[in-house]
Structure formats: C-alpha cells, structure tokens
Design a protein around this ligand. Structure first.
Ligand SMILES: Cc1cc2nc3c(=O)[nH]c(=O)nc-3n(C[C@H](O)[C@H](O)[C@H](O)COP(=O)(O)OP(=O)(O)OC[C@H]3O[C@@H](n4cnc5c(N)ncnc54)[C@H](O)[C@@H]3O)c2cc1C
Length: 451
C-alpha cells in the first residue's frame, strides 16, 4: 500500500530512531517525518566514546556520521532538545508540554536508561553515565584534571571504559559483584585473558566486590564504599545494567513484556494500529530459546528501526528472532560469541556439551599471528551448535558474524568440522579454529559412543 502524504512521528534520535527516519525518506520520500530527541545531537556513534577517552580515536568530531543539514536536506524535521511528554493513542497525537503533534504512524524508539542504584550517595556530582556525546565531551575535559576513577560494573561498556581510562594514564579501578568479567554474557575462561590484559594496562580489578554506596565531600563523590573496602576516586563511571526506557509507552497504555521492553511483533508493530517501536525499548524473541530478550546492540537497534519504518510506510518486512552475535575488545584481547555461552546453558538447564580448541589467526610463521580459542556449545542429541564463545587477538568479530548466521540456519558440529575455509598466510591459517573445535567435539562424541 502506498504511503502518500502520511505523517510519521518518531520519538528518539538514537540508532533506531535515526535509521527509521532515513529509511522512511528512502522508501517513501513524500512522507512527512518529524523526529524528537531529548538530546542536542543525532547521528553520532556512542559506541566510539570510550575510545576517544582512551585517545585511540583522536576526537569526538570523528564520531559524527551525518550533519543536521543532511537531515534538513532530505526533509526530516529534527526537533532536538525536545522531550515528548505524552503520547495519546486515541487522539493520535504526541505532546511536548501542551503542544500537540498529530501522526498517522508513530515509531517509539526511546532506547535505554542505565540502572541507577538506589544506594547512599547515588545523587552526588561525579557519577558519570556514558551516553550523550555532549556530556562525554565535558567528561573528557574533566579527565584532564583528575587522577582516580572507579568504574562500576564489568559490563562491556565498563570494560571498554576501564581499559581506555587506564591507557590514558588514570588510576583506574573496575568493580564488579560477580567472580568474572561480563558474567551476564560470557564464560569465565573466555574472559580470563581480558582480565589479564586490563591488568597489564594498569587497571585494578575488584571482582566479587559489591558497591555499597558513594561517599561525598561538598556534594561531590570522593570515594566508593564496597564490600572489600573504600576506593578513593575523583569520578565514578557508572556502566550499570541497561534498562528499556518504556516510560512514554507504558503511560500511553502500550503493552510491556516480561523483560520491561515494549511488546512488538515480527514487523515491529505494537498491538495498536499504526504504532511501531524499535531499538533498546522493545523486546524481541531469541532464536535459540524462543524467550524474549531486550537491550541488544546498536546494530540490532539500527535494523529494527529500518524494519519499523518500512512497515510503517506500507512495505512488508519482518524482523527475525535474534541469535545475537557479539564481539568487543577488552584491553588488547578480542572476545565474542553468539547466542548463549556455556554458563548460561548451565544456568538455564539446557542440555549441552562443549567442543573447544585453540587455533591460530594467520599462518603460524606470519608476523602478528595470534591464538584463537573457540568454544562451541552443542546440543547432545542433534549435535546442533546452540552457542559459541571465543577469545583471541583478531578475527573474532568475523567468526561471530559467521557463527550467528550458521546457527540461525541450524548448523551442526559436522557442518563446522568439515567446513571450507580461506587459507592465506597474512589473514588465515590452514586449519580454521572453528573447524578444529568442531572436530574435537566429534572425537568426544565418538569416544562417548564407544565407551
Ligand atoms: C557508550 C556507549 C557505547 C556503546 N557501544 C556499543 C557497541 O560497541 N556496539 C553496539 O552495537 N552498540 C553499542 N552501543 C549501543 C547501545 O548499546 C544501544 O543498543 C543503542 O544505543 C540503542 O539505540 P536506540 O536508538 O534504541 O536507543 P538510544 O541510543 O538509547 O536512544 C534513545 C533516544 O531516545 C530519545 N528519547 C528518549 N525518551 C525521549 C522522550 N520522551 N522524548 C524525546 N526523546 C526521547 C533520546 O534522546 C535518544 O535520542 C553503545 C552505546 C553507548 C551509550
């Protein structure tokens, strides 16, 4: 169905909102698009912020991907520093205070908020939540004047911040209640090399340590109280859990799922006609467990925004259940995976065994070669691979993407064991580490069957 003269309102200017706006204009340029964001800017990559702090990226300007003028030129009305205060689903209007904006289609892309701990001193100045680029620029100037930082939570962001701040020469402490880094996603053995790498950069790691409160002086944080002692600091970086920002949707009466994300179907439609939602404010289905999941990555938010927009203007696009390939650099170590790791399989009681091997990233004689450890998590009856985790010095991201695709297609240990692979000394070894892990798994199966 054509979208002539439709009025589309988008609430949110992050990855989901901005991709929805651009997709709409690409597919149906005649659509009137108004996008609201609380922030001063759109179209920047928040993902690069930790690396500017660490001076791996020279400046914040490099993180801007498009100018505001570009959006004006393609006919997107950006309403920045403008908070939508209410959505009226019956009248089909959004409100900014008393000012109303009508819509025929609405996309809610209000993203995530960090969990704010309800503990003493959490309102002190100096607790920094990394999100808005303007605040990051101010924080970066502050880093010039200070010496000690405590990073709260060994989440992916916490690890990136801890590594980069240590690299910048600050006394950096990373505190986490769990026994290993990124325990919500990754296995302890996979994260061990990251821990060692962070330590070699000078990061002081405090695992099994709960933050009890923040102690201030003249309204500013001066130390963090933990179960293993008090850590002096000039600022605390709060890399806490991401929560769906469902406030507007909830108040409007949209359905919220068990994770706190807005309920959408495979077209990113809410249950209200003409109303879509995308990005970190929604929950989607995990392809392996068929359970709802929430708070994925920028690339998921971006794709969901595109799907929501295409459907909003009359196309038929679906968003598949997710297998969540992930990857990152912690210190100098690359880690990644797809779907659930060994720990989560155990916690959820999913039958499995682990097939693992350590291979190499290039020909063994080629300068720069690094080890690549691959763990495949396997369903014992069918030998279908249901998850993977990896650590190494390079090539992890590409393996995670490949595994994500293969798992979605139901690949088994046999498929991986005898897969074809590229061999070229500077970029790939004769034996692909994923295939080595799968072959090791098949040997285990054979031995078990013979026993
Ligand atoms: C520091 C940092 C590092 C990251 N690193 C990575 C990475 O390495 N890889 C990766 O894939 N992803 C990364 N991400 C992306 C991130 O984890 C999210 O997945 C992504 O930001 C989600 O995009 P979103 O558009 O759904 O929401 P958000 O980015 O949260 O954007 C929400 C938008 O909604 C607006 N908004 C909310 N409420 C209102 C309202 N009432 N009125 C008007 N506007 C409103 C906000 O102003 C904002 O523009 C990173 C994010 C951050 C902050």
């Amino acid at each position: 169905m054509a979208a002539k003269g439709l009025r589309l309102v988008i609430v949110g200017g992050g990855a989901a909102g901005i991709s929805a706006a651009s997709t709409t204009k690409a597919i149906a340029p005649e659509t009137s698009v108004v996008l609201f964001s609380e922030y001063e800017d759109v179209a920047y990559s928040p993902c690069g912020i930790p690396f500017v702090h660490g001076r791996e990226i020279p400046n914040f300007e490099a993180l801007f991907l498009q100018s505001r003028q570009h959006y004006a030129d393609v006919g997107i009305d950006l309403q920045l520093e403008t908070r939508v205060t209410r959505v009226d689903l019956r009248e089909r209007k959004v409100y900014v205070g008393s000012r109303a904006y009508e819509w025929d289609r609405l996309i809610i892309a209000t993203g995530f908020d960090y969990e704010r701990p309800d503990i003493a001193g959490s309102d002190l100045e100096g607790l920094h939540y990394v999100k808005n680029i303007r605040r990051a620029m101010e924080f970066d100037r502050l880093l010039e004047q200070i010496k000690k930082v405590v990073v709260v939570s060994a989440s992916p962001l916490g690890i990136e911040m801890a590594g980069n701040l240590a690299r910048r020469g600050l006394e950096t402490h990373l505190v986490d209640e769990s026994g290993w880094l990124m325990s919500e996603v990754a296995d302890p053995d996979i994260m061990q090399p990251v821990e060692e790498s962070l330590k070699s950069l000078g990061t002081k790691i405090h695992l099994g340590t709960k933050v009890l409160g923040f102690v201030g002086s003249n309204g500013k944080v001066k130390s963090v109280k933990t179960t293993t002692g008090e850590l002096d600091c000039d600022v605390a970086v709060m890399a806490t859990h991401k929560r769906p920002n469902n406030l507007l949707a909830r108040e409007a009466g949209l359905e919220i799922g068990s994770t706190g994300g807005i309920l959408v179907d495979d077209r990113m439609r809410t249950r209200v006609d003409g109303v879509y939602a995308a990005g970190d404010c929604v929950e989607v289905i995990h392809g392996g467990t068929e359970l709802p999941v929430q708070g994925l990555s920028g690339s998921h938010a971006y794709s969901q925004g595109r799907v929501a927009a295409a459907n909003a203007v009359g196309e038929q696009r679906s968003y598949d259940p997710v297998f969540i390939p992930w990857g990152m650099v912690g210190g100098d170590v690359h880690v990644g995976g797809v779907s659930l790791g060994e720990t989560l399989h155990k916690m959820l009681g999913i039958p499995h065994f682990v097939a693992a091997a350590t291979g190499i990233s290039r020909a063994r004689y080629y300068p720069g070669v690094t080890k690549v450890r691959v763990k495949l998590i396997v369903e014992p009856k069918t030998l279908r691979v249901t998850g993977a985790q990896m650590a190494g010095g390079e090539g992890i991201k590409e393996r995670a993407d490949f595994l994500g695709f293969a798992l979605k297609r139901g690949a088994t240990l046999e498929d991986f064991a005898w897969m074809e692979n590229v061999y070229s000394p500077p970029i790939g070894a004769l034996m692909e580490p994923i295939a080595l892990a799968a072959q090791a798994g098949l040997t285990q199966v054979k031995q078990l069957r013979q026993a």
